[in-house]
Design a protein around this ligand. Structure first.
Ligand SMILES: *Cc1c(COP(=O)(O)O)cnc(C)c1O
Length: 360
């Protein structure tokens, strides 16, 4: 068996320990005689799996009792619609557009009501986070929406916007469980798990109870109402059973690593290795304003398309996978999620140094 250093933005690297455990339990989950893929989601065994996963997630993130945790399907994209359908009581929401995902969410919301773009960083290719300390928040906005870590561009909100009392909704797909967060600052936080938590197919929504009502936009599908899912403890219909089971294992792994404070420290250390090199290299450059740099997604370029292509090809041959930047921006991007060991980042930097010398 040989594993590569996988810098994919998502689906992304998972802890080896989790994969090994899942492999060990594949044919016979703890004496059941079947895999978790094959068992009823209504069984006692599965009930234990999903309840434990939720309890561990709550304790890791410090989710207060007045928030529900929902394990759903449909990816982040379904939430782009579910959020306005559930929360747009006045049919008005304010969006801060800091990348493709926020832009898509904003466009989707405008199908259901007035979605105001109140700030954007598109003028400079989304390479920074706009000042959000005094934005023109709409007086009747049902919520203010952000994408907290911009996976494609590699920026992250280091301070949350001043919503002037309005409910904050945040897409944390690519920074979920990478560091502690204060859930009480949000009405709703959600993320697809395939970036930092588990396999594609699961979205975790953390939503304050007072926002969960039957009063959704007319035509909201039953399954997309948070109330339906909350009342049924995420078991209204068949949930993404196997994905939730893997997420549960990742939660245990993060606990073992020391929880989110420890995760943050490790992630800062890892990112520093790469950013320090980008700052001193004369060939490779980061593309993001320094104070807005993401700990998870690190885009970088050389000043030649040809060198970029050469680097991507040679790094791949050397066992560094998925360093090609998003198709919309080009260049390179290293996603260094929780499960990427620091050895992987150090090895990448060594490789970049060598490449720089060879191609001077
Ligand atoms: C990947 C990603 C999405 C899209 O997720 P899907 O599960 O493909 O819908 C949305 N937002 C962010 C921040 C992402 O990183």
């Amino acid at each position: 068996m040989s594993r590569v250093y996988n810098f994919s933005a998502g689906p992304a690297v998972l802890p080896e320990e989790v994969l090994r455990e899942a492999a060990d339990e594949m044919m016979d989950y703890r004496g059941c005689g079947m895999s978790v893929m094959e068992m009823s989601h209504r069984s006692k065994v599965y009930d234990e799996i999903i309840k434990t996963a939720e309890a561990d997630f709550r304790s890791l993130l410090g989710v207060p009792d007045n928030y529900k945790v929902l394990f759903l399907q449909g990816g982040a994209h379904l939430q782009f619609a579910a959020i306005p359908m559930n929360l747009m009581k006045n049919k008005v929401a304010d969006y801060i557009v800091t990348g493709q995902w926020a832009k898509k969410a904003w466009k989707e919301a405008s199908l259901y009501g007035t979605a105001n773009k109140i700030a954007s960083s598109e003028d400079k290719m989304f390479s920074y986070i706009p000042d959000c300390s005094d934005l023109p928040i709409s007086p009747d906005a049902d919520y203010v929406y952000i994408c907290e870590n911009n996976t494609i561009y590699g920026t992250k909100f280091k301070t949350l916007p001043n919503t002037k009392g309005k409910t904050l909704v945040s897409d944390v797909s690519s920074c979920f469980l990478s560091e502690p967060m204060d859930v009480t600052k949000y009405g709703l936080v959600y993320g697809g798990v395939q970036k930092n938590i588990g396999p594609a197919g699961v979205v975790i929504v953390v939503v304050r109870e007072d926002l969960i009502t039957d009063d959704c936009l007319p035509g909201t599908p039953t399954i997309m109402k948070y109330k339906t899912q909350a009342d049924a403890d995420s078991l209204y219909n068949t949930p993404p059973c196997y994905g939730i089971y893997i997420c549960g294992k990742v939660f245990k792994w993060i606990q073992k690593m020391g929880g989110l404070d420890a995760m943050k420290q490790i992630n800062e250390e890892k990112a520093k290795v790469l950013y320090d090199f980008l700052d001193e290299s004369s060939m490779f450059k980061g593309t993001v304003r320094r104070e807005d740099r993401s700990l998870m997604n690190v885009p970088f370029i050389t000043d030649s398309e040809e060198l970029n292509a050469k680097f991507i090809a040679e790094s791949k041959a050397a066992g560094f996978e998925n360093l090609k930047g998003h198709r919309s921006v080009g260049g390179m991007r290293a996603s260094i999620y929780n499960a990427m060991p620091i050895e992987g980042v150090k090895a990448l930097v060594d490789f970049m140094k060598k490449f720089e010398l060879e191609n001077k």
